[in-house]
Design a protein around this ligand. Structure first.
Ligand code: AMP
Ligand code: MG
Length: 406
C-alpha cells in the first residue's frame, strides 16, 4: 500500500499543462493566464477629477480675511468630454467626477466647499484653500505603460477580469480547459431515468463526477456505462481517446468482474495502487492512447473523496494552476471519531469558526456507500493511520473542501 502523498506525487509528475487558447474575457473566469499582461497605456489614460466641483488655479483659493475669493465660471466639463477652453487665473470651470482636468487648472475643489448661484451660476465662491493636485487623479497613477500588471500563471478572478477589461483585452490568452471523459462501469449500473429493477442501482457516480469536474473548471463529457465485459470496456475506452483526461468509476478492486484493470493494462500503461486510505483504497492511474486515466473506486463516497484528493489536482494542473491542494487547518473535533481504522481515515465533517478556533462535527455514518453524510460536509477530517481514535474535543487536521487551493 502506498500513501496518499506518494500517489499524488507520482500522478502529478505525469501531468503537464494543456495548450493555450484565446477566449472571450467573460469566459476566462477561473482560468490561468498564458502570458504576462503588459499595460500598453497609462491608466487612468488622462488626469481626471475625483469629485464633482470646480477646476481652478490653486492659488486662487488662498483665503484672506473678509469675504472668500469669488471666481468667474466660464463653463463646464462632464465625464466623457473635453473642455473647449483653458482655465485662466480668476476663473473656474465646473467639472464632474471622471472628466478630464482642463488645461490651466492645477486643482479641483469639491462642490461642498464652494458657494454659487446654482447649477448655471456664472460665479463661485471658494470657501477653503486647496493645494495643487487636490482631487486630481493623475494619468498613469494606477498602471504605467510598459508595466507588467498580471503575470503568466496567475488565476483570472473577477478582479483580474476588471483589470483586463480596463486594458482592452476582449480576448485573453489562457491555458485551455480540460475535456474530461467520465465513464461508469458495472452490469448493475443503469441510467438515472430508468426504473429500478432487482439488482440494479442508478448511475450516481457519473453525475456526481460531472459536477465536480465542472467545479474544478473542466469540461465534463459523460460517456455512459461500460458493462462488465471485455468487449464493452474496450469499446468505451476507444470512445474516450481524444480527451484530456479519462475518469472511470468502479471495476478497479479485486472482484471477479473488475475488468477495468485488465483492459487498461491491455490498452496502455497503468499502475494499480492500494492506497493507505479510507474511504477509497483501490485507485488506478496511467495512460490509454496517450490520455491520462484516473480509475476511481465504485463506491460513491470513495469516488467523491478520491476525486477531491487526486482528480481535482490533476485537472488543475492540466489547466495551468500551480496551487493544487486545498488548505488544511487544525480543528477541534467536537464529537470525536471513535471508529479506529488502520488506514488513514478521511472523515466527512462540517467545520466552522467558533470561539477562537475551527470546530469540526462529523456528518454521520462514514460508510463508503452512505452518500447522505456528504451532505453538509465542507471538510475531511484526517485521522492518522495506525488505529488512532480522536476523543471528543480532540484535535487533528482537516482539509477544507470549500476553501480555494493554496
Ligand atoms: P466496484 O468497484 O465496481 O466493485 O463497485 C463498488 C461499489 O460501487 C458497488 O457497490 C457498485 O455497485 C457501486 N458502484 C459502481 N459504480 C457505480 C456508479 N456509477 N454509481 C453508483 N454506484 C456505483
Ligand atoms: Mg463493478
Amino acid at each position: 500500500m502506498i500513501s496518499v502523498e506518494e500517489a499524488l506525487t507520482r500522478i502529478l509528475a505525469a501531468i503537464t499543462p494543456l495548450s493555450t487558447a484565446q477566449v472571450a474575457l467573460p469566459t476566462a473566469l477561473g482560468m490561468v493566464l498564458a502570458q504576462d499582461i503588459v499595460a500598453q497605456e497609462e491608466i487612468p489614460p488622462f488626469a481626471n477629477s475625483a469629485m464633482d466641483g470646480f477646476a481652478l488655479h490653486s492659488k486662487d483659493s488662498l483665503q484672506s480675511p473678509g469675504s472668500p475669493p469669488r471666481l468667474r465660471v466660464t463653463g463646464g466639463v462632464a465625464a466623457g468630454y473635453v473642455a473647449d477652453h483653458e482655465v485662466v487665473e480668476g476663473t473656474a470651470l465646473r467639472i464632474m467626477t471622471g472628466a478630464p482636468v482642463p488645461p490651466g487648472a492645477d486643482s479641483v475643489i469639491q462642490v461642498e466647499l464652494t458657494r454659487s448661484g446654482g447649477p448655471e451660476s456664472d460665479w463661485v465662491e471658494i470657501l477653503q484653500e486647496v493645494a495643487p493636485g487636490n482631487n486630481i487623479r493623475p494619468a498613469g497613477e494606477d498602471m504605467r505603460r510598459g508595466q507588467t500588471v498580471l503575470a503568466q500563471g496567475s488565476e483570472i478572478g473577477a478582479w483580474e477580469i476588471g483589470i483586463l477589461a480596463t486594458l482592452g483585452w476582449s480576448h485573453v490568452p489562457v491555458v485551455r480547459r480540460a475535456r474530461v471523459a467520465i465513464l461508469g462501469t458495472g452490469d448493475e449500473v443503469i441510467d438515472i431515468d430508468q426504473p429500478l429493477s432487482p439488482g440494479k442501482i442508478r448511475n450516481s457516480n457519473s453525475y456526481l463526477l460531472e459536477g465536480v469536474v465542472r467545479q474544478a473548471g473542466g469540461e465534463p463529457y459523460r460517456l455512459g456505462v461500460a458493462r462488465d465485459t471485455v468487449e464493452s470496456l474496450r469499446e468505451k475506452f476507444s470512445e474516450a481517446a481524444g480527451y484530456d483526461l479519462i475518469l472511470t468509476s468502479g471495476g478497479v478492486s479485486v472482484g471477479d468482474f473488475d475488468l477495468v484493470k485488465a483492459i487498461m493494462a491491455e490498452q496502455g500503461k497503468i499502475d494499480f495502487w492500494r492506497i493507505n486510505m479510507r474511504p477509497g483504497k483501490p485507485l488506478a492511474f496511467g495512460r490509454i492512447a496517450g490520455v491520462p486515466l484516473l480509475g476511481l473506486p465504485g463506491n460513491p463516497v470513495s469516488s467523491a473523496v478520491t476525486f477531491e484528493l487526486f482528480g481535482r489536482p490533476i485537472i488543475r494542473k492540466l489547466q495551468g494552476h500551480t496551487r493544487l491542494q486545498r488548505p488544511q487547518v487544525e480543528v477541534v473535533v467536537e464529537d470525536g471519531v471513535s471508529e479506529k481504522a488502520m488506514r488513514r481515515h478521511y472523515v466527512r465533517a462540517h467545520v466552522a469558526w467558533r470561539d477562537g478556533h475551527f470546530v469540526a462535527r462529523t456528518t454521520g455514518n462514514q460508510g463508503s456507500h452512505i452518500m447522505t453524510s456528504l451532505l453538509n460536509a465542507n471538510a475531511l477530517i484526517i485521522v492518522p493511520e495506525g488505529g488512532v481514535e480522536i476523543p471528543r474535543g480532540g484535535s487533528t487536521r482537516a482539509i477544507m473542501l470549500d476553501w480555494p487551493e493554496i
